[in-house]
Ligand binder design. Structure first.
Ligand SMILES: [Zn+2]
Length: 303
């Protein structure tokens, strides 16, 4: 009898946990290939990509889009090998412009030239795969409606699909403090960065789920923005574990973008840009949910 009671309790507990988990879907994407941000002194660019690729493989994630700035290749001798390693492991490349300009600081015509200039490298490194996916630098899609629509028209004319973002916690903010802390051997601070990074990811999952619910009435298929940084190479296994824990399964970018949410155009100029929910919320005059990000602490950590 005692055994039976325990079994029932265990069964109930397991059932409760699985019943509480939502069925969410997310496509992970990486910006700023071949690599960006500071790195600890003994960490090479090749090691960062090898670590990321090993995690993607171990976690059996679908092919992941990495968005390149070919300009970076000019100052990074390991850049070409990094892009080859990325595609050799079955992952995909898309465009993030040639030199990562801010659309809010240049004309639509110059921005279009910058998109075109990135294609030389994409033709070399992406081969026959579909590299016509475009990610706006800084998620700035145009501070005026006129500019936004000019670039949208250009992208459409040139066969690009926009790789919109719907889940973002500004992962890159943790990278430079991490590099500083490792350099100064302040490993307790590295642990604090680890916890703070996951707490921010967790918080922004709630924020975007709540926005999605208000805007679309349900969870959409999310697209998560990450960057190719040294800290992400370290954090990716724990970030994936957090996403699984929160109920996410991993899908391809192509699958995610089939969600009808991505075809709703907010049709506003939006200075400062952001994820699609943020832009649509602005268009509908809905407030962005309160968020706390430790920017000042990150700026000062290991300074
Ligand atoms: Zn970028």
């Amino acid at each position: 009898m005692r055994t039976i009671v325990i079994c029932v309790l265990v069964f109930t507990a397991v059932f409760k946990v699985s019943a509480q988990k939502p069925n969410l879907q997310v496509a992970i994407t990486f910006d700023d290939l071949p690599s960006t941000g500071a790195a600890p002194p003994d960490v090479t660019r090749a090691q960062i990509i090898d670590s990321l690729l090993a995690t993607l493989k171990a976690e059996k994630l679908p092919p992941i889009y990495g968005f390149i700035n070919a300009h970076t290749l000019e100052g990074m001798p390991s850049g070409p090998a990094i892009l080859r390693a990325w595609t050799d492991s079955g992952n995909l490349l898309g465009s993030h412009t040639y030199s990562h300009p801010d659309l809010e600081s240049i004309s639509a015509a110059d921005f279009e030239d910058n998109i075109l200039k990135n294609e030389t490298a994409l033709k070399i490194y992406a081969g026959k795969t579909d590299w016509h996916y475009f990610r706006y630098p800084f998620l700035h899609e145009g501070e005026t409606l006129e500019k936004r629509q000019a670039i949208q028209f250009y992208l459409k004319e040139h066969g690009y699909k926009t790789a919109e973002v719907s889940l973002d916690f500004e992962d890159y903010l943790w990278n430079d403090p991490y590099a500083r802390c490792v350099t100064k051997n302040q490993m307790a601070k590295v642990d604090a960065l680890h916890d703070s990074y996951l707490a921010a990811a967790d918080q922004f999952i709630d924020i975007y789920r709540s926005l999605s619910s208000r805007l679309y009435g349900h969870d959409i298929r999310y697209v998560l923005l990450l960057h190719v940084t040294a800290f992400n190479a370290k954090m990716l296994p724990d970030l994936i574990a957090l996403l699984r824990e929160r109920g996410f399964a991993f899908i391809s970018l192509q699958d995610a973008l089939r969600d009808p949410a991505y075809s709703i155009d907010p049709t506003i100029g939006y200075p400062g840009g952001g994820a699609i929910e943020e832009t649509l919320a602005a268009a509908r005059k809905l407030a962005f949910p309160p968020a706390v990000k430790p920017n000042e602490w990150l700026d000062n950590t290991c300074k």
